[in-house]
Design a protein. Structure first.
Length: 245
């Protein structure tokens, strides 16, 4: 399996995205990756980059299934981030024995590109999601689309790691989880921050992946489209894995 990464600041004044990728995780041929999109500074996303895979592995070694290990790791990490101004969304994947285990909190996204379509593995946690909106309103949060508002601050994702300030209005760190068995007709796994998917639809990313199956060429063309043609205003981080190598 081959992987490559795009991580660009875009037109933002600072870079708050981070990422992690290990194609031989624990020296066992497993794969672990994550894209972390920070807000309120880089503290939380940097913390996730450094420790998420360790926390996940500790929970896995305790006998938990990967989905439960992700949930425990997300909650533990969130409780340990004491900087109340900092938070991060996250999308993670763990690949073992032909199975992709995916977890996400927030609006970073993971999709599998197939020879005849695509499958989204993650869940977008934003106020457009009825279940997310219902929880926020029940907890007393104010929604001023597209933000959850508390006091003078607003937050677009409805789930995140950290963000103690927003906990009282329903911003939780519990991830959505999924598992997916890799098929013969699967081409590529893509995990990316919302900086990509806010300006490109899944189908558009799928089209590029099918036209440019070589990972390096795909990332080059994706960068041109997002940064040069569409003038991305947000940080963009993308991890792409090829199932064909």
């Amino acid at each position: 399996m081959k992987g490559t990464i795009l991580s660009e600041q875009g037109m933002r004044r600072s870079m708050e995205d981070t990422y992690f990728l290990d194609l031989n995780f624990q020296d066992r041929g497993w794969v672990f990756g994550g894209v972390y999109d920070g807000h309120g500074g880089r503290f939380a996303s940097q913390f996730a980059k450094l420790y998420m895979h360790h926390y996940f592995m500790e929970e896995l070694n305790m006998g938990l299934e990967p989905e439960e290990a992700f949930k425990a790791a997300y909650e533990r990490m969130s409780s340990e981030i004491k900087n109340q101004q900092s938070g991060t969304t996250a999308v993670n994947f763990f690949i073992r024995d032909g199975i992709i285990y995916c977890a996400n909190a927030g609006d970073a996204r993971a999709i599998v590109i197939k020879s005849d379509g695509h499958i989204q593995l993650s869940v977008d946690h934003r106020v457009e999601n009825p279940e997310e909106r219902k929880r926020i309103i029940k907890m007393g949060g104010v929604i001023q689309y597209p933000y959850v508002v508390k006091g003078l601050r607003g937050l677009m994702p409805t789930r995140a790691i950290g963000d103690d300030y927003f906990r009282s209005v329903g911003i939780i760190s519990t991830p959505s989880t999924n598992r997916y068995a890799i098929k013969d007709d699967d081409i590529m796994l893509i995990a990316a921050s919302d900086g990509l998917f806010d300006i490109m639809e899944n189908l558009e990313v799928e089209d590029l992946a099918r036209r440019f199956p070589d990972l390096d060429r795909f990332i080059e063309e994706l960068s041109k489209e997002a940064l040069s043609h569409r003038l991305a205003t947000d940080n963009i981080t993308v991890i792409a894995l090829s199932f064909k190598d």
